[in-house]
Design a protein around this ligand. Structure first.
Ligand code: AMP
Length: 291
């Protein structure tokens, strides 16, 4: 594996690899502090692409002024070791100066899909994500880009951007990897105190109950929402940011007149200073009773 810190260096390395191998490029952008969830994206890319590129960049543009940009966990040496062992060909690790040598004057803003859920709680977050992902797509020019469905709204925003702007890349959404007790893997899980960590799997349990309720015919969004919110509230250290039931991937409220193909039950919950997100995307056409 080669670690490259400059855009110019990455471009020339990839041009050489493409000439040599005549194969496709798979890419996954990350903030680093890798875990099994990140590795699952690398494995998906290895199965499909002859060149696998990973980026590690804590993007200041996607953090709000009171968020954890400075404190975001970082361990690049460990990340690079994990990436190499997983079979990454090129790790792109730019610094902020390399990515933003001058203040950004261009905004990449995906309306509607960005506005609810985390977009409402974290103003500007998805503009920052869309901008950095579009920059990275232009730098790497991948054939396939792999994203985790743990961040389902991020997937929806990127898919919409790629569609609207004819970006020549195929987005590959990948399933959420979980700890053995069901907690969705996240770099931020390290912030949790032992007591918060022991309560955090309530998110997954509440979402599983919503799925079960839907399978048993509970189709009213407000009822599903309440069920999830009530269950999560049982955890004494939880502080709900949102619990929402929406159409997916449009992320618009459910219209009682229209049956969507997919809906998402999405949650964001604070445990102390740590904000965790999780979701279930439910395929209504596969449910015994349609909404
Ligand atoms: P991050 O470093 O948190 O920005 O994540 C980088 C990529 O890994 C994103 O596409 C995430 O959606 C994905 N990812 C993060 N956690 C998980 C997980 N538990 N399972 C699958 N993918 C994940």
């Amino acid at each position: 594996m080669e670690t490259i810190r400059t855009i110019q260096g990455l471009r020339s390395k990839l041009a050489g690899l493409r000439r040599e191998r005549e194969t496709t490029v798979g890419f996954m952008p990350t903030l680093g502090y890798m875990h099994e969830g990140h590795l699952s994206l690398i494995r998906a890319a290895k199965a499909q692409d002859g060149i696998v590129v990973l980026s590690i960049f804590v993007n200041p543009l996607q953090f709000g002024p009171n968020e954890d940009f400075a404190k975001y966990p970082r361990d690049t040496a460990r990340d690079l070791k994990m990436a190499e062992e997983a079979g990454v060909d090129v790790a792109f690790v730019p610094d902020v100066e390399e990515m933003y040598p001058t203040p950004m004057r261009t905004k990449v803003s995906v309306s509607e899909v960005s506005e609810r859920l985390c977009g409402a709680s974290r103003p500007g977050h998805f503009d920052g994500v869309a901008a950095v992902v579009l920059k990275l797509f232009n730098i790497v020019q991948p054939d396939h880009a792999y994203f985790g469905l743990k961040d389902a709204q991020q997937v929806a925003v990127i898919e919409q951007m790629v569609h609207d702007l004819n970006v020549p890349v195929k987005i590959v959404p990948c399933p959420t990897l979980r700890e053995s007790d069901g907690l969705a893997m996240s770099s931020r899980n390290v912030y949790l105190s032992p007591e918060e960590r022991s309560q955090a799997p309530i998110l997954n349990r509440a979402l599983a109950e919503a799925e079960e309720a839907l399978q048993n015919g509970e189709v009213r969004p407000e009822q599903l929402r309440q069920l999830v919110a009530n269950r999560i509230s049982e955890a004494s250290l939880s502080d709900i940011d949102y619990v929402e039931v929406m159409q997916y991937p449009s992320l618009t409220p459910l219209d009682p007149q229209v049956t969507p193909k997919q809906l998402i039950v999405a949650v964001a919950v604070r445990f102390g200073k740590t904000r965790l997100i999780d979701n279930r995307i439910l395929d209504l056409e596969r449910m015994p009773s349609h909404v």
